[in-house]
Design a protein around this ligand. Structure first.
Ligand SMILES: *[C@@H]1O[C@H](CO)[C@@H](O)[C@H](O)[C@H]1NC(C)=O
Ligand SMILES: *[C@@H]1O[C@H](CO)[C@@H](O)[C@H](O)[C@H]1NC(C)=O
Ligand SMILES: *[C@@H]1O[C@H](CO)[C@@H](O)[C@H](O)[C@H]1NC(C)=O
Ligand SMILES: *[C@@H]1O[C@H](CO)[C@@H](O)[C@H](O)[C@H]1NC(C)=O
Ligand SMILES: *[C@@H]1O[C@H](CO)[C@@H](O)[C@H](O)[C@H]1NC(C)=O
Ligand SMILES: *[C@@H]1O[C@H](CO)[C@@H](O)[C@H](O)[C@H]1NC(C)=O
Ligand SMILES: *[C@@H]1O[C@H](CO)[C@@H](O)[C@H](O)[C@H]1NC(C)=O
Ligand SMILES: *[C@@H]1O[C@H](CO)[C@@H](O)[C@H](O)[C@H]1NC(C)=O
Ligand SMILES: *[C@@H]1O[C@H](CO)[C@@H](O)[C@H](O)[C@H]1NC(C)=O
Ligand SMILES: *[C@@H]1O[C@H](CO)[C@@H](O)[C@H](O)[C@H]1NC(C)=O
Ligand SMILES: CC(=O)N[C@H]1CO[C@H](CO)[C@@H](O)[C@@H]1O
Length: 338
């Protein structure tokens, strides 16, 4: 038979290349692999040799040995393992995470040795993401979020920020084997939603999303003027500010409050009298902060050059002595703060 010939060959060359030839001759095939806790694991030898006696060990500790039809199982494995005395295949039932390790089969007749690293994993359940706080004032606080599972072994953690993976930086730290996320000085760009994904070779799970509420602003204001800057035309000014909650916007002309709130100021059939500085004031009632931006609007009779220039920019340009030819409605936006 072919098996016997292989065995005979191995024995013949024993003196020469015992270790290497022997271990190359058979290998262990584990099924299922990777294994889940509770599974029945079979470690069979390939190609299946015919053996009269041998031993199985894990991490150097004996599991069982057999000779002929007799097998002797170490007490701690009693009832959980059996060996096929003809092929040497080991069957281990009710696998545990602790059964992971390097399994070695050694046979003295014929002389064979094979080893394999076996991993048993506990499936992941119930991934939970908890943050120590979810409401922030921008720049003032750090957030710590931690990810945990009810069960699972050999866990790998991955964090998501919206649809992208969180990458570590000075500001964003992953610790405790990546199970904790720290965001230093939470900013307006960090609302999330954050999730954590936990995986091991047999399962994975994702937490519910956690979003942060970040209070900021108003800042980064912009003011644009739309329309022709000539007598009789309609003008629309649009104001914006970065703010959470959204800023309450109001308007002023020559320092006097106009009865207008909201992002748009509409002026119909304008006259030269309406030339002057327009201000948009933004107020955030959570941060209690105000911010404003001004634009100097000059209404001219039809045919003259229209102008709308931010006040500071105008004085800058004049002081530098630039000569400017203003196009219709080009108004640079500036950032302003009271
Ligand atoms: C959350 O953790 C950060 C960092 O340790 C800390 O600065 C912050 O005060 C904590 N927040 C709360 C509500 O404990
Ligand atoms: C966080 O903010 C403090 C004070 O505002 C600053 O000193 C520190 O450098 C900031 N840390 C990071 C990582 O940006
Ligand atoms: C943590 O995650 C990074 C990738 O974000 C990875 O390179 C690293 O190996 C992980 N560390 C641990 C302990 O899993
Ligand atoms: C989350 O993603 C935004 C971009 O979408 C980025 O600006 C921000 O820094 C990220 N925050 C963290 C904590 O990863
Ligand atoms: C997560 O598990 C599902 C089965 O539950 C599987 O289809 C999927 O490929 C796994 N994803 C990863 C990234 O391992
Ligand atoms: C500015 O006016 C043009 C037409 O003249 C219009 O299409 C555009 O929507 C206006 N923009 C704003 C911000 O009002
Ligand atoms: C200005 O607006 C009024 C009212 O919406 C409209 O009747 C008029 O035609 C507009 N004038 C110009 C020059 O667009
Ligand atoms: C300001 O607007 C309110 C309502 O929008 C109106 O009742 C009031 O008469 C207006 N005041 C002036 C001076 O236009
Ligand atoms: C801020 O203003 C909004 C309405 O614009 C109001 O609903 C909210 O209660 C105010 N919050 C505070 C803290 O005053
Ligand atoms: C901000 O503006 C609001 C009205 O827009 C005013 O009531 C409040 O006193 C101002 N606060 C500060 C700090 O200037
Ligand atoms: C960067 C920043 O805004 N820091 C402020 C955080 O809040 C404390 C008081 O609560 C201020 O003193 C800091 O200036």
């Amino acid at each position: 038979m072919e098996m016997n010939q292989e065995g005979a060959l191995a024995i013949t060359l024993l003196g020469l290349l015992q270790c290497c030839l022997a271990s190359a001759a058979v290998e262990i095939q584990a099924s299922p692999h990777p294994a889940v806790v509770g599974a029945t694991l079979t470690l069979s030898l390939s190609p299946p040799p015919s053996m009269k006696r041998g031993t199985w060990t894990v991490g150097g500790s004996l599991i069982l040995n057999w000779e002929g039809a007799e097998e002797a199982v170490v007490p701690s494995y009693s009832g959980r393992v059996t060996v096929n005395v003809l092929t040497g295949a080991l069957t281990l039932s009710s696998a545990r995470v602790a059964d992971s390790g390097v399994y070695v089969m050694q046979s003295t007749d014929p002389q064979l040795q094979a080893s394999a690293t076996i991993s048993v994993y506990e499936p992941i359940s119930n991934v939970v993401l908890k943050a120590n706080q979810t409401d922030f004032i921008e720049f003032n606080t750090s957030a710590v979020a931690s990810c945990s599972v009810s069960s699972g072994s050999s866990l790998s953690f991955l964090w998501m920020n919206g649809s992208s993976e969180v990458t570590a930086s000075d500001r964003v730290q992953l610790t405790d084997g990546n199970s904790s996320l720290t965001v230093v000085n939470v900013s307006r760009y960090d609302p999330g939603p954050f999730r954590c994904r936990v995986s091991n070779p047999v399962s994975n799970g994702t937490s519910d999303p956690v979003s942060f509420t970040i209070i900021y602003g108003p800042d980064h204001m912009a003011l644009t003027v739309n329309g022709s800057l000539s007598v009789g035309s309609n003008l629309t000014m649009r104001c914006s500010a970065q703010s959470n909650p959204p800023a309450q916007l109001s308007w002023a002309f020559k320092g006097d409050s106009l009865n207008t709130t909201g992002p748009l100021l509409e002026l119909y059939a304008v006259t030269e009298d309406q030339s002057g500085p327009y201000s948009c004031v933004a107020f955030n009632n959570h941060t209690n902060m105000n911010s404003s931006i001004d634009s100097l609007v000059t209404i001219t009779k039809s045919g003259s050059k229209p102008q709308a220039v931010d006040v500071w920019l105008l004085s800058l340009l004049l002081s530098v002595g630039f000569l400017f030819s203003w196009q219709d409605v080009a108004v640079p936006s500036v950032h302003g703060r009271l």
